[in-house]
Design a binder for this molecule. Structure first.
Ligand code: ADP
Length: 257
């Protein structure tokens, strides 16, 4: 129809509906998530920001099925994961979810190649060599495959960890402060590779970060405060995100006085 612009919408990767997470009960209960509604599209890179204690990790852990929800639903690939038992959740995490941590978590006695292939080795599955080669190329690791972690820079180690997270072709990748232990040059390099993985390999990445510059690499940034989403920004810039975080900090300080 003329004059009507329909925004391009990718299929849903994961969606939280009225998601509530309380730790403890009664007067001492902590309301970590207060009825969160959020949808993450496939093939997009989203940053989650917000002050410490605002609920970012809780959201990530409940979405990944590592922590149970108090109420609400989490729909992943069409199934409600809040209804799954531990076995189903373990299989889901092993095959369809990848994790990237702040501390890389590589195994020191294995080479970069062995570390990348470890999730398949543990599951006794054969690697798809073409996917392996594509990952290694995208992440610039071709010349580093025989090196052990202590022979690699922090940025290179994190790129190995990214390749390891992607080797099983997960539908969804969670990154928890992936540049928290890196200097600014290595951070920029790792974030560019994450962005490239989304563009070229079609990955869906949800990244928790404190850093407004890191968030500017994402397609979208969500700001949390006190268990709720308070801002949802498409194409975030570092300036916009630091302004939003500053305003949120001021509001929290005023509320506490
Ligand atoms: P963020 O990742 O934004 O720093 P979290 O999700 O870790 O925030 O925490 C949200 C709230 O839930 C905080 O008040 C925190 O103290 C509380 N919390 C997190 N994990 C637990 C837990 N295992 N037991 C009790 N309270 C918790």
């Amino acid at each position: 129809m003329e004059g009507v612009v329909t925004p391009a919408v990718n299929p849903t990767a994961i969606e939280a509906i009225d998601l509530v997470k309380d730790y403890g009960q009664g007067d001492t209960a902590v309301h970590a998530l207060r009825g969160v509604n959020v949808r993450f599209e496939q093939g997009r890179f989203t940053a989650i920001m917000g002050p410490s204690g605002s609920g970012k990790s809780t959201l990530m852990h409940t979405l990944a099925g590592l922590d149970s929800a108090t109420s609400g639903r989490i729909v992943f690939d069409g199934a409600d994961i809040t209804k799954m038992n531990d076995n189903q959740l373990t299989l889901l995490r092993r095959h369809r979810i990848g994790f990237i941590f702040q501390s890389f978590n590589l195994l020191p006695m294995f080479t970069a190649e062995q570390n990348i292939l470890m999730p398949l080795t543990l599951a006794n599955e054969r690697p798809d060599r073409r996917w392996f080669d594509q990952l290694v190329r995208t992440l610039g690791l071709k010349e580093r495959l025989d090196h052990r972690p202590n022979e690699l820079s922090g940025g290179q180690q994190q790129r190995v960890a990214i390749a390891r997270a992607l080797i099983t072709k997960p539908s969804l990748v969670f990154a928890d402060e992936p540049t928290g232990n890196l200097d600014s040059v290595s951070s920029a390099e790792v974030l560019s590779f994450l962005k490239q993985s989304v563009r070229e390999l079609g990955q869906t990445i949800i990244m928790v970060t404190h850093d407004a510059v890191a968030a500017s690499y994402a397609d979208r940034a969500i700001v949390f405060a006190d268990g709720n989403i308070v801002a949802d920004v498409p194409n975030p810039t570092a300036e916009r995100m630091s302004d939003l975080l500053m305003a949120e900090r001021e509001r929290a300080t005023r509320a506490a006085i």
